[in-house]
Design a binder for this molecule. Structure first.
Ligand SMILES: [Zn+2]
Length: 493
């Protein structure tokens, strides 16, 4: 999502109660703390996926496999890393190069990669887009369906401020947020390698589904919260370091948050373990968040599809957005983690909605931000309607109208790229007018047709990437009607 307004917090948590006693958490000299799981062994992702989605482990044959090792230094804002990724060419043509995004270089920090081992050849990569795009020219073209293993070491310096891009990546107020802090393979689509410098408004990533096996080496007193499921933990008996390993996938991104101040509250909801990591003084807000999240999952499972994973983790961070979505993880601005904050319920429902529209169903968040943001605003409207009836519907609808009124209800198209909106237009049009578009679409199609359509949209695009054209065509199939005029009035320039 991103933003809605601005502020932050933190969270925290837990101790390794999850470890059986025989899984020693203390080292002995002969123990090897390095886990030996294989990222290509998809059975390690099984327990993190909801029952309804187990079959996906036999699908997505071209999904990238990342194996990443992060070492968080004692100052908590310098990170060393190594990454090995198996990339498979899913295109119909041979690829002469592979491109990675280095987001820290445009999020106020720094990331360096000196060389890349591409299939056994050491290559010095090219940097472009303000050093946020790293190009690896291949010695031999990668043919369709062919795979290549790429390995590299990298360093990250995390900014100690939240000034850029809502502070998604920062070490601030004793909270470390590592968003997109690894060399991320760009998406190859009808534009070729699709990469640009993201504007300050909006989300910065556009990614395909991948599998991640991530090992984090960090100070022992740091509470770590990660995308995916913890599969290994080891802490030095006499030293001050810990090593934790996570398996995640299929997911669209990897995110890690950490703080020495996090404590955890937990809630079980329909087979999903929901946790909130925040400082102790935010406990009541964290508990309220878990209640809202559980109800949101219930509403969205009923209306769209099952939630994909067995866990959903919230963290309180100093982000200037109200909330930010990651796969199976959500950052909530610390300043709103209070049971009585006026933005808490809408923000939590919105961010939970992104687990369907952004993660399960992906989109180009820079070119088509409305596909996830406007639809998630409408999902939030459905949450309030299902929870509170007509008064809930009317209340959230009023907030959508309020957003649109900030641009005097200008009929600016909802379907523009983020970069084409000026100033407040992005929030007003994509989050206000865009939410109201889906109400207009529902009214045009008829509620029953719309409900069938939205379920089909989720089913057809799960784990993939949706486009405006796919959405319109599917809607027209479900209403047996021509929606050209409606889309032209609201969406297209
Ligand atoms: Zn959003």
């Amino acid at each position: 999502m991103k933003k809605i307004f601005l502020l932050p917090i933190l969270a925290l948590l837990f101790l390794p109660a999850c470890l059986p006693a025989r899984q020693a958490t203390e080292s002995t000299p002969q123990q090897n703390p390095t886990p030996t799981a294989d990222p290509a062994d998809r059975s390690i992702y099984k327990d993190g996926l909801a029952p309804a989605y187990q079959s996906v482990l036999n699908e997505l044959p071209t999904a990238s496999l990342y194996e990443i090792h992060f070492t968080i230094e004692g100052d908590l804002y310098h990170v060393k890393g190594s990454e090995t990724v198996i990339y498979t060419n899913a295109e119909d043509i041979a690829l002469n190069e592979i491109k990675f995004r280095l987001f820290p270089n445009i999020l106020g920090g720094e990331m360096h990669v000196d060389e890349v081992n591409a299939g056994g050849t050491i290559i010095v990569p090219n940097y472009t887009l303000d050093d946020s795009l790293l190009t690896v020219p291949l010695k031999l073209p990668l043919q369709p369906k062919e795979s290549i293993t790429l390995s590299m070491d990298f360093t990250v310096t995390v900014p100690q401020s939240v000034e850029l891009n809502y502070g998604v990546q920062a070490y601030f107020d004793e909270v470390l947020t590592l968003a997109h802090a690894y060399p991320m393979i760009a998406v190859y689509d009808d534009e070729g390698w699709n990469a640009e410098i993201p504007p300050q408004s909006g989300d910065v990533t556009y990614a395909d589904m991948s599998f991640f096996l991530v090992t984090v080496d960090a100070p022992k007193d740091l509470v770590l919260v990660s995308v995916g499921r913890e599969i290994h933990r080891h802490a030095e008996r006499n030293g001050n370091r810990q090593t934790v390993q996570y398996a995640a996938g299929p997911v669209r991104d990897y995110y890690l948050a950490a703080s020495p101040n996090y404590e955890v509250v937990t809630k079980e909801a329909n087979g999903v373990t929901i946790r909130f990591y925040a400082p102790a003084d935010q406990k009541s807000g964290a508990e309220r968040t878990l209640e809202i999240a559980a109800k949101s999952i219930e509403v969205f499972e009923n209306r769209y599809a099952a939630y994909p994973y067995t866990e959903l983790d919230f963290v309180s961070t100093p982000t200037l957005a109200l909330g930010i979505e990651y796969p199976g993880m959500i950052a909530i601005a610390d300043r709103i983690v209070s049971p009585y904050h006026e933005y808490l319920e809408g923000t939590v429902a919105h961010e939970v909605g992104h687990q369907w529209f952004y993660n399960l169903i992906g989109n180009d968040q820079l070119d088509d931000p409305w596909l996830d943001e406007s639809l998630t605003q409408f999902a939030t409207l459905q949450y309030f309607s299902d929870q509170y009836g007509q008064s809930g519907y009317d209340g959230f609808r009023y907030s959508l109208e309020g957003r649109w009124s900030r641009t005097n209800n200008a009929e600016i198209p909802v379907g523009l790229p983020v970069r084409d909106y000026k100033d407040i237009e992005y929030g007003s049009i994509v989050y206000g007018r865009g939410g109201l578009f889906f109400e207009a679409l529902r009214d045009e199609m008829g509620s029953d047709n719309f409900d069938v359509f939205i379920k089909a949209y989720v089913k057809n695009n799960s784990w993939g990437i949706a486009t405006p054209q796919k959405m319109q065509e599917l809607a027209e199939q479900n209403c047996a009607c021509d929606l050209t005029a409606l889309f032209n009035d609201w969406i297209y320039p």
